[in-house]
Every structure is written in C-alpha cells, then in structure tokens.
Design a binder for this molecule. Structure first.
Ligand code: SF4
Length: 294
C-alpha cells in the first residue's frame, strides 16, 4: 500500500501509518475478514501494492490502534483486555481479537470499541451484530464460559453538542454503549459456515473480478433517495420525506406565500461512491453501475 502525505503532516504520523499493526495470528480468517464482503477482501489482496491512502484519512484507524494499546495497559479486576481466540471449523482456523471481557456472576460481558459517525450510529449495523456473536461463539467454545451480554462502546467522531441539543434522535453524548442481540450458537455456527464457503468460493479474474460474488445493497451502504420539502429563503429543509408522494402532499399544505418546493436528494451506495472500501476503481460491479447511470 502506498501511503501519501498530501497535507504535510508530521513524519511521525506517516511512520505510524506505514506500520502494519494488523495481525490475525496463525488463523486463516479473522472474524472481521469473514463478515466483510469477499469482493472487497479479494480486490484488496489483489491490488494491495497499488492502493493509495493518505495519512489524513488514516487518523481514525491510528487512534483506534492507540486506544487498543492504552486499553491493554489498564488492569481492572475481573476484566480481560485484548484477547485473541481461535477455533477450527470445516478445516479453517477462525480467530477473533476481543477488546474487553467483563467476568460477572451471570457470565461474560463482551465489549468492542468502535469509532463511528453519528449518521452510521443511527443506521442498522448488521456487521456489529455478526462480529460480536462470533466473539460469543469463541468464548463459549474455547473458554467454556457463558456469554451474558454483548455491547459496542461507540465513539462518535463527528459528535456535535449543538445537534444533540436540538435533535431528539441524535446521540446525547460522544460515547454511547449499544447493546447487541445474542444469537444461539447453532445460528452462529451456521452463519460462520456460510461465510467460510462464500470466501472460499470467491476468485478474482483478470477482467475486473467478474467471478466474485457481488456486494449486497446492505454491504454497499445504500443511502435511499430522500425528498426534502423546502421553502425559498430558508437554508434547511422543513421536512425530509421518504417518498415523493408524501412530499407532494405536504407541499400542497404549505401556505402559498411560503413558495415551497421539493429538493430530491438522490440516494447512493456510499461505500462505493466514496470509496470507503478502497477498491472501487477495480470493482466491476461499481464501474458497471456508473456506466448504467450515464
Ligand atoms: S465498490 Fe462497492 S460493490 Fe465494489 S467492492 Fe467496493 S463496496 Fe463492493
């Protein structure tokens, strides 16, 4: 991977960003890898040397790493920090690094630290549920300890005090604890087997990776088209609605003097369009979708 420094940041940050902190031990897959789309995994592996990333875009990854290092140093009774566990399923070694285990009388409470945005926090995060339940499976299978609770400790990068005061559905603090539903182990094992199979079967061809399974809408982080009801002279929308019909009904109800209109906020697959996956330029699925739109 090529690390760039477009904003002339200190070399110490460049050096930190250039270091490879990631280790999955001696396993074939990590929990994070297995839940992520095989298309992204394979394209990243294939184009690793060509992928460019600027230090400024890696700051949250660096802070995440720093948090793990600091957390590892804290010693609190009945708490285990940063433990990697592995299990063999269908001839494959699967591992997971668990940020925090709190050993209580009712069982182990697992917590994972995540940096996220306020918008992402309000959307469904199936990958959090999947990852946490794989950790549950590892603890119960390997350590033979019952898991009683799964949580995410979400740190909101773009949290705004001002927004928290005016929006009822906005996170009320920059750090939130989010409880994750517990799955039965049979369900987790079936899920793991399916994911192993999907990753095993995916291959990269030279012509833009057409043999790869496509990323689903959920995996592409689809943001639906919205209809903003606005009026002249006001910057913010009066209401943002899911359908044009709803927006039209509300537009008709506005007094004529308000000069209202509807602004269409076109939906998009933001993981693709903003290249959050890092491989959109080599992805046939995304490149074909652009051609279809023209
Ligand atoms: S560009 Fe979109 S479809 Fe292609 S790998 Fe990335 S997320 Fe998946």
């Amino acid at each position: 991977m090529k690390i760039t420094n477009k904003f002339n940041l200190p070399q110490t940050l460049v050096a930190l960003a250039s270091k490879d902190y990631y280790s999955k031990g001696k396993s074939d897959y990590s929990a994070t890898e297995i839940i992520s789309p095989p298309r992204i995994q394979r394209l990243r592996r294939k184009h690793y040397e060509e992928i460019e990333q600027d230090v400024s875009d890696m700051i949250w990854m660096l802070l995440g790493t720093a948090l793990h290092v600091v957390a590892e140093r804290s010693a609190v009774d009945n708490h285990t920090n940063e433990e990697r566990l592995s299990v063999e399923i269908d001839g494959v070694i699967l591992s997971g690094a668990i940020d925090l285990q709190h050993h209580t009388n009712d069982g182990v409470e697992i917590t994972d630290y995540k940096f996220t945005s306020a918008w992402a926090l309000r959307s469904d995060k199936p990958e959090w549920e999947q990852q946490q339940n794989i950790y549950k499976y590892l603890v119960e299978k390997i350590k033979k300890e019952k898991v009683s609770k799964l949580s995410i400790c979400a740190m909101i990068r773009d949290w705004s005090k001002a927004e928290s005061l005016v929006k009822s559905d906005y996170p009320q603090a920059p750090i939130q604890m989010i409880e994750i539903p517990l799955w039965e182990n049979d369900k987790i094992e079936t899920f793991i087997r399916e994911r192993i199979e999907i990753h095993r079967n995916s291959k990269v061809s030279e012509d833009w990776g057409d043999e790869l399974p496509e990323c689903t809408e959920e995996e592409r982080w689809i943001r639906e088209t919205k209809y903003a009801l606005k009026k002249e002279g006001r910057k913010t929308a009066i209401r943002v609605l899911d359908t044009e019909e709803e927006a039209q009904v509300m537009l008709k109800e506005l007094p004529e003097k308000d000069k209202g209109f509807i602004e269409i906020r076109k939906g998009e697959a933001i993981r693709c369009t903003r290249n959050y996956c890092g491989v959109s330029q080599w992805c046939s699925q995304y490149q074909n979708s652009i051609k279809e739109e023209v």
